[in-house]
Design a protein around this ligand. Structure first.
Ligand code: GH3
Ligand code: MG
Ligand code: MG
Length: 343
């Protein structure tokens, strides 16, 4: 069943709240506040879908409430409809220029309230869907690179407050150009979508994010894990891709589609940019490719890491002979490892 939208009614006169509540309660969840201060507090707590906001209130008035809500990234897009006395055009102009979406005059007509609220809720729903599309990859349904970068920025800032760990996984389908050349672009697209689904089966926590970084390259953000745990997730991604068993006539000894995976883990500290994680994970991915593909390589890095820093302690997961990956050249663990600079 579709969840009902939540409407916050703000008015210092309880009689007005009762009229608005009676007009809307059949269709929506309702909460209310009787002052500007209370409105701001409740809005932060419940993140309403729409706010009906009285202009004239003692203390913080409706304009100020509107201004403060628009300053908050989480609440800025919540539509606000002002309610005020009849025929005050100046008030109307002021409210709309502060970012309110509409105006309802008192005395309140329940019919008008219902129609306007319904229209604005529908519009908000459409805006939300568009916003979601703008950060979703059309082929795979995963997040796209834009959302990955936004989320990574938010997560590094959030975790820097507690110094918690963050891991980023980058993975890339092996010999994919050849896959396209052999089976065609449409089969290639299908393969990308299947690998994306496998990725989602391996990365399961609600706090994690899976994204298509571009082409046949994917990325995951895993907050709060130990490096070993992130390596295990990466290994599970590789295993899930193996179990797809997608045939691939590749230039090495393999016979199925595989991925190479790079993992970067670090404690989040103030001043560390989110790009660091991508760069280090990408470097690890490159090492996994260079070491023969179809494997996981990861590292822990520190705040003193600088781009091009080669003092990374790199560890590779054992490549067991599971089905799907075909045969692999030996010497995976023979890649250059420099254990200096571990932090
Ligand atoms: P490696 O093992 O080193 O990753 O080799 P590769 O062939 O996978 O890598 P390369 O970067 O040379 O080729 C990537 C190919 O992925 C080239 C491009 O045609 C293909 N590709 C990128 N995006 C898409 C897509 O959306 N659909 C399809 N079908 N192919 C894509
Ligand atoms: Mg590739
Ligand atoms: Mg690539």
């Amino acid at each position: 069943m579709k969840q009902r939208a939540l409407i916050l009614i703000v008015d210092d006169e309880v009689a007005n709240i009762e009229i608005l509540n009676a007009a809307l309660e059949d269709e929506y969840e309702i909460c209310f506040a009787t002052s500007g201060e209370e409105a701001i507090e409740i809005a932060h707590k419940v993140l309403p879908d729409l706010i009906l906001l009285d202009v004239l209130m003692p203390g913080i008035d409706g304009y100020e409430v509107c201004r403060r809500l628009k300053e908050n990234a989480l609440l800025a897009d919540v539509p606000i409809i002002f309610t005020t006395g009849l025929g005050d055009q100046e008030a109307e102009v002021r409210g709309l220029s502060l970012g309110a979406i509409d105006y309802i005059t008192k005395p309140i007509s329940p019919g008008i309230v219902r129609v306007r609220v319904r229209n604005h809720i529908e519009l908000k729903h459409m805006r939300d869907q568009l916003a979601e599309l703008a950060v979703t990859d059309a082929l795979t349904g995963l997040s796209n690179r834009r959302r990955l970068e936004q989320t990574l920025k938010q997560e590094t800032a959030r975790l820097a407050r507690t110094g918690d760990r963050l891991s980023v996984i980058m993975l890339d389908i092996d010999f994919f150009k050849q896959f396209n050349d052999t089976y065609g672009h449409i089969a290639g697209d299908r393969c990308i979508a299947m690998v994306a689904a496998a990725l989602n089966r391996a990365v399961r926590r609600a706090a994690d994010l899976t994204a298509r970084y571009g082409g046949e390259e994917f990325a995951c953000i895993l907050p709060g894990l130990e490096h070993e745990e992130a390596m295990a997730v990466a290994q599970s991604i590789r295993d899930h891709v193996h179990s797809l068993g997608i045939p691939h006539m590749r230039p090495d000894a393999g016979a199925y589609v595989t991925v190479s995976v790079g993992v970067a883990t670090a404690r989040c500290l103030p001043g560390m940019t989110s790009e660091l994680w991508i760069n280090v994970a990408d470097q690890q991915l490159y090492l996994a490719k260079a070491a023969g593909r179809d494997q996981v390589i990861g590292t822990i890095f520190g705040a003193d890491y600088q781009d091009g820093d080669h003092r990374l302690h790199t560890e590779s997961c054992d490549r067991s002979a599971e089905t799907g990956g075909g045969e692999h050249p030996p010497g995976v663990n023979g890649i250059p490892v420099n254990s200096g600079g571990v932090s």
